[in-house]
Design a protein around this ligand. Structure first.
Ligand SMILES: *Cc1c(COP(=O)(O)O)cnc(C)c1O
Length: 432
């Protein structure tokens, strides 16, 4: 039975670590973590718990399920696109968890009959914006625009100011998106000035709608003039307003951000917005406004392709009436209180203090919103060499590197995570 001695047939660590799946895992988890799983599987084979030819599979099976990792956002960017924009509230998270199984998303439990999909979330959204006669929800802000353009302006014209032909980010340009639907863009005015007369001159039977786009991520200053939704509403064609950020009502902190209620009151037939920007909800595209137009959108064949998931509906329904979403809390956090948190954090780092300093910082809204708004904040400043270990550690923490220092801005870090930040900083070997 010499050949049968399992210890002699256990594959070597090097051989196992060369397995393509384990190589790929090592690239994201780190070689040490994968090697530990390999060693554990080898030990099981030596103990006779598994066959030597099962070692590779056992190591692969022990890999953590592929999933996005929860990170702490210490960048000072409230809606960071790379970090998933808005963080959901605990109420919204609970709603998502409850909706994850079988739910009544398209069923009326009282009658036992089929019901409008996601009616609870849609009713909540409609109630939050009484100026909207009807609402519809699709996958994201871009999908809302695509649906409006397709259903209301395919083979016709969308009239839009040259000052509002924006790039959303990552190379996505609104004009390209709109033209991909088969609608024709009728550009009017100039980059810095567009008047009501510019619009009026091109309105005709070929007009699908006039589009007003909020230039969320940049500001034009100087010799400028734009035409308001109120003025555009006098043209006698539907005005579709892409307000971008998803503010349902005015926020005094963000005076230049349009909101759905005021935009509808000013005469927009339809407002489109994102769910995961300033609303602080899940990724979604909100459509609010005229009942007849919304009905045309809902009935368009494309609507099915843009249909929103039950998890999204659950999170959205739980978010629309919430005043204290993490996004709102981060936006409205008091700088004095932030400074106290940072000072406490520094004091508790121990005798050497890790060369940490408490410094003022400037946080921003992000997510392509409120470009002119600066939020006074406070940060823990550490040597730059902390950036990589904190980013790749057990609890990834993302800060901002400014002139050789890593700034950890606590504005978007939940207060109950300060201890996790302290522990992570202390885990970085402190040899400086
Ligand atoms: C963000 C944004 C979009 C795109 O919305 P997504 O939800 O990212 O698809 C479109 N228009 C404006 C003005 C925006 O700010």
């Amino acid at each position: 039975m010499r050949d049968g001695d399992p210890r002699r047939r256990v594959p070597r660590t090097d051989t196992l670590l060369a397995d393509p799946q384990l190589v790929a895992a090592a690239a994201s988890l780190g070689r040490d973590r994968v090697k530990a799983l390999v060693v554990r599987a080898q030990e099981r084979a030596r103990r006779g718990e598994i066959n030597p030819d099962e070692v590779r599979d056992a190591a692969v099976a022990a890999l953590p399920a592929p999933a996005p990792r929860a990170v702490l956002n210490a960048t000072g960017v409230v809606l960071h696109t790379n970090l998933g924009r808005a963080a959901l509230s605990s109420t919204a998270v609970a709603a998502v968890v409850a909706a994850a199984g079988h739910t009544d998303v398209e069923l009326d439990l009282t009658t036992g009959r089929r019901a409008r999909r996601g009616r609870d979330a849609l009713d909540a959204l409609a109630a939050a914006v009484p100026d909207a006669d009807a609402v519809h929800v699709v996958n994201n802000g871009a999908a809302a625009l695509v649906l409006a353009a397709t259903a209301l302006a395919a083979d016709r014209e969308i009239v839009v100011s040259r000052g509002e032909l924006v790039e959303i980010g990552d190379g996505f340009r609104l004009p390209d998106l709109l033209e991909s639907t088969g609608a024709r863009l009728r550009e009017v005015g100039t980059t810095n000035r567009t008047t009501l007369a510019d619009y009026a001159a091109v309105i005709g039977p070929q007009t699908g709608f006039v589009l007003k786009v909020h230039p969320s991520n940049f500001k034009v200053t100087g010799f400028t003039s734009a035409t308001s939704v109120r003025q555009l509403a006098t043209l006698g064609v539907p005005v579709v307003a892409d307000i971008g950020s998803g503010l349902l009502a005015a926020d005094p902190l963000l005076p230049d951000e349009p909101n759905a209620a005021d935009t509808l009151r000013a005469g927009a037939a339809l407002v489109t917005a994102s769910g995961d920007k300033l609303l602080g909800g899940p990724q979604a595209g909100l459509l609010l406004g005229d009942a007849e137009l919304i009905d045309r959108l809902r009935r368009h064949p494309l609507a099915r392709a843009l249909r929103v998931d039950k998890l999204t509906l659950a999170a959205l329904g739980a978010t629309v009436h919430q005043r204290d979403t993490p996004t709102r809390m981060a936006l409205h956090a008091d700088p004095g209180a932030l400074r106290e948190r940072v000072e406490r954090l520094r004091d508790r780092l121990g005798a050497d203090g890790r060369k940490a300093e408490v410094v003022p910082a400037v946080a921003v809204v992000g997510g392509g919103g409120a470009p002119g708004v600066e939020l006074g904040s406070w940060a823990l400043s550490l040597p730059e060499r902390y950036a990589a270990p904190l980013r790749t550690g057990e609890q990834p923490i993302l800060g901002r590197v400014v002139r050789g220092r890593l700034l950890l801005d606590l504005r978007c870090v939940p207060a109950d995570a300060d201890e996790a930040v302290r522990m992570a900083v202390l885990r970085v070997p402190g040899d400086d």
